[in-house]
Design a protein around this ligand. Structure first.
Ligand code: ADP
Ligand code: MG
Length: 246
């Protein structure tokens, strides 16, 4: 049984696209399965709820601007010696975001830092949190350009707003004074607002040496590293393995 054109129009104007898409099938099921009125209503409302949830997850994934789609389920914990899978899986519950805690993933290239950061971001999007992924180089380039364009505050706002900010590859090169100040502002302003995940090829203990201003560096490290989950990744680069067959 097809929904009538006026019914379709009504669903469209009410923006109930989840119901519009499933109604034909649900009507068929109702006829075959003797669904009660209330049961039928419940099912089609549930269709709408599910459609909206799926759409909002897709929207958040898009806004997060990940480089690649990575999931925790695809991560091979046996490839990383010394890592505690439980610690990562606990982070996957996103409780750290609720608590506004940070995560620092560090280790040599190819050990899965960016993978894990994006996989945690992915979980966050699915758990109703807003996320922004950026590399450190891109972040500082954008902030520098925004100063020239008079848009510094706007760019800063986009970095402070999401529940979770992911900064990939921090500390590949040292910071300028201007970058140190901007980074300090991000960390200080996000302190009570949201979480940060940082990936780096250097252990946090080495970071103070990357900043020209030791007073700011100490204050920054105090706010950042001391309330973060530290996850050192070790081992061979996963990139060397090539793609698994199958
Ligand atoms: P890093 O950021 O530490 O340099 P990446 O996260 O970019 O490393 O990992 C390099 C590639 O290897 C990516 O495609 C990533 O998905 C994959 N990879 C790395 N470690 C693992 C792992 N333990 N299990 C599955 N894939 C992995
Ligand atoms: Mg990386």
């Amino acid at each position: 049984m097809r929904p009538s054109p006026s019914m379709q129009l009504a669903l469209k104007s009410l923006r109930l696209s989840g119901i519009a898409d499933s109604l034909e099938v649900r009507l068929e099921q109702a006829r075959e399965g003797n669904l009660g009125y209330l049961e039928f209503l419940e099912i089609i409302f549930q269709d709408e709820v599910e459609r909206r949830l799926a759409q909002s997850v897709q929207r958040r994934l898009k806004q997060a601007d990940f480089q690649e789609y990575k999931a925790l389920e695809e991560f091979d914990f046996t490839a990383v010696p010394g890592i505690n899978p439980k610690a990562i899986k606990d982070l996957g519950t996103c409780l750290f975001i609720e608590r506004k805690e940070h995560v620092i993933l560090y280790g040599p290239p190819g050990t899965g830092k960016t993978h894990l950061a994006q996989a945690l971001g992915n979980r966050a999007c699915r758990s109703n949190y807003t996320v922004l992924f950026t590399t450190a180089i891109k972040l500082f380039r954008k902030l520098t350009a925004s100063r020239v364009e008079g848009a510094y505050e706007d760019v800063m706002r986009t970095l402070l707003k999401p529940h979770l900010l992911i900064i990939d590859d921090l500390g590949l090169i040292g910071f300028t004074q201007e970058q140190t100040e901007a980074f300090y502002e991000i960390v200080a302003e996000r302190h009570h607002r949201g979480s940060i995940i940082i990936t780096s090829n250097r252990p946090p203990g080495d970071w103070p040496g990357l900043f020209p201003d030791q007073v700011l560096a100490n204050s920054l490290m105090d706010r950042l590293a001391h309330k973060a989950h530290h996850l050192p990744l070790k081992g061979e680069s996963y990139r060397k393995r090539g793609r698994p067959q199958q």
